[in-house]
Design a protein. Structure first.
Length: 101
């Protein structure tokens, strides 16, 4: 299942209210990292994956306390577990290790 779009504060709140699964929020500008959709599919059983284009939804940067894009934030039961600014292979492995557990 690919990333679902988040388009409003109500969407943000609903995503973070998810229980018993990881919530991965991918914040980006204009274009999503090529491997991100594949990773979302791979971990769909443990993780609900969402994406936010901060160019279209600038309030998301403040809501998720993001300074730069791309940024990935992982939550579980409403608590932030990890925030990674920038996307590279090392960061992707780190995030995969969290959401695979």
């Amino acid at each position: 299942m690919p990333h679902k779009d988040l388009n409003s504060k109500a969407d943000f709140d609903a995503a973070l209210a998810t229980k018993d699964k990881y919530v991965l929020i991918y914040l980006y500008s204009n274009e999503i990292y090529p491997g991100a959709e594949e990773a979302a599919d791979k971990h769909a059983d443990t993780t609900d994956a969402y994406k936010v284009d901060v160019e279209k939804h600038a309030a998301a940067k403040e809501y998720f306390k993001v300074l730069t894009t791309p940024t990935v934030v992982v939550y579980k039961d409403g608590k932030e577990l990890k925030k990674v600014e920038g996307v590279n292979e090392e960061n992707a492995k780190e995030i995969a290790a969290i959401i695979s557990s």
